[in-house]
Ligand binder design. Sequence first.
Ligand code: KIV
Ligand code: ZN
Length: 546
Amino acid sequence: MSDSPDAQPADTSTTISGGGRTPIRIFDTTLRDGEQSPGASLNHHEKMEIARQLEALGVDVIEAGFPITSQGDFDAVGAIGKELGRATVAGLSRCVPRDIDRAGEALQGANNPRIHVFCATSRIHREHKLKKAFEEIVKLSVDSVKRARQFVDDVEFSPEDGSRTELNYLVDVTAAVIEAGATTINIPDTVGYAVPEEYGHIFSYVREKLPQIDRDGIYLSSHCHNDLGLAVANSLAAIAGGARQVECTINGIGERAGNASLEELVMALRTRADYYDKYETHIVTNKIYPISRMVSNLTGLQVQRNKAIVGENAFAHEAGIHQDGMLKNRNTYEIMDPTAIGVPESKLVLGKHSGRHALGERITELGYSLDGEALDKVYDSFKALADKKKDVYDEDIEAILDEQLETGRRLWELVRFQVTSGTGVIATSTVVLRDSSGTEMTDASAGDGPIDACYSAIQRITGVKVTLEDYQTRAITGGKDAQGEATVQVRHHDRKVRGRGLSTDIIEAAVKAYLAAINRIKTTEERKVNATMMNGETRSGKAAQP
Ligand code: KIV
Ligand code: ZN
C-alpha cells in the first residue's frame, strides 16, 4: 500500500489516466439490468436522456435494452445506437434465433453495435431451468455467437450464473465461444453469491487455461449482483484477476439488490489510484452526481441517504470532532473531494426574474439536453412555479423536467379535482380528466380519505384497475412554500409501476402521481399491441428475463 489519504493533495481532476495504465472498459447496464428493477420502467424520452448523459460521462459500452422483450426496448436500442457516436451500444439476447435476429435488427444502422448473448451454464440452471446437458448448452452458445456475428463484429457472450458454474465447464464454454467469434466474455455473478477472492480467482484461472484470451485481445468482463453487498468488491477482485471490462449501473440499480454501482467502482479506482495503479477508466467523474440524480428522478428509485458517493449524507459531517477536523484540514475526514463527482459547491437558486437562457444553462448543467419547443414548455412550467414560490431550486427544476419527459405518455391529463374531507365525514372527490382526444370526463367517488376518493374516481374514468402498493410523500426542498412530491407504486396484473407527481398542494401531487402510473400502464399496453401487430405474432409479454 502506498500513501494514505492524508498525504494526498486536494484532487479535483475528473478522470484517472496516464502513466501507461491499462484501460478498464466501463459497461453500463442501467437501461437494461437497471431498468429491470421492479417499478423502474422508463419511457423512450427518458432512456434517450440517460443514454446521452452516459455517453457524456464517458462510459465505453451502453447496454440499451433487450430488444425481443418489448417494442420499447427494441426502439430504444435502435435510436440510441444510431444517435450515439462514441460509445458502443449493446442489445441483449438469449441464445434463441429470433432473439438474436431481433437484436440484430434493432442495431441496424448503429454506429458501434454489439450483440450480447447469454446462456446459463451452472448445474442448477442446466438441470432445472434449461433441462439440457452441458454439451447441448455449448452447442447452443456457439451457434448463437455465430448467428450474432452475421449481424455485427462485436459479440459478447455471458455464461449466465457463471460464478456457480464448474470451472472446467466455464473454461470449455469460453474456449468454444471465442472460437465461434465472441470478442468479450462476461462471467456474471448472476445471483450475487460469490465472494471477492473466489470471484477474482475465476478470472485468473480462465486466463491461465486459455492463453488466447490475452494473445488475441479478448476482453474478460465482470457483472456482479449485490445480494450480499459484495458487487463492487467482487468487481474489483475481477479486475485484479484480469477482467478488463466491468458491468455496472448508475446508483447500483438492478435486478433484486441491484448491480455493482458505477460510481462506487469508478471512485474506488480513482481515489485509490495509489493501490490500483495499473488501471484507468475514461469516466468524467464530475458528471457522476448529475447522472445519479437524473436516474433517480426518472426511475423513481430514490438513492438511500447513506449511499456511498452519491447519497445525501456521503459528504455530511455531523460529529463535532469531525467538523473540527474538517475545518483544520478536509483530508482528516474526507477521502474524496465532492466537486470531483460534481456535487455543486453552492445551491444556485432561480426565481421569477430568471430568463429562459439562465434556465436553459441550468438544465444543461443538470445533464439534460432539451431545447426548442421542449425547453419552452419547461420554461412555462418554471414561470408558473416561480409565481407560487420565491426560490426555485435544482430539485424543482428536475421535477419539472421529469414531468416534461412524461408528456409523451400522458394519455390522461388532470383538468381539475375537488375534495371534501374532515373528521367524522366520508371523504368524497370529483375528478375531471382529459383524454388524448381532448374529451373531458368527470366522475365522483367516496373513499377512505380524500386521496383514496380521488384514486377511485380516476379508476372509474380510465377503466384501469390497479392495487396501490406503496405511497410516499415528501417536501423536495426546504421552506413552507416547498413543492410536495408524491410517489406511488401500483400493481397492475403482474407488473409493478411507479408514478411521481409534484405540486405545492400535496393532494394534487398524489393525484398526479397516480395518473402518471396509469398513463405508464396504458402506454405500455398500446406499445405491446403495436409490437404484436408489427411482428405478426401474439407474444403474451416479456421474454424470460435473466
Ligand atoms: O445477471 C446476469 O447474469 C445477467 C446476464 C444477462 C449478463 O444480467
Ligand atoms: Zn444481471
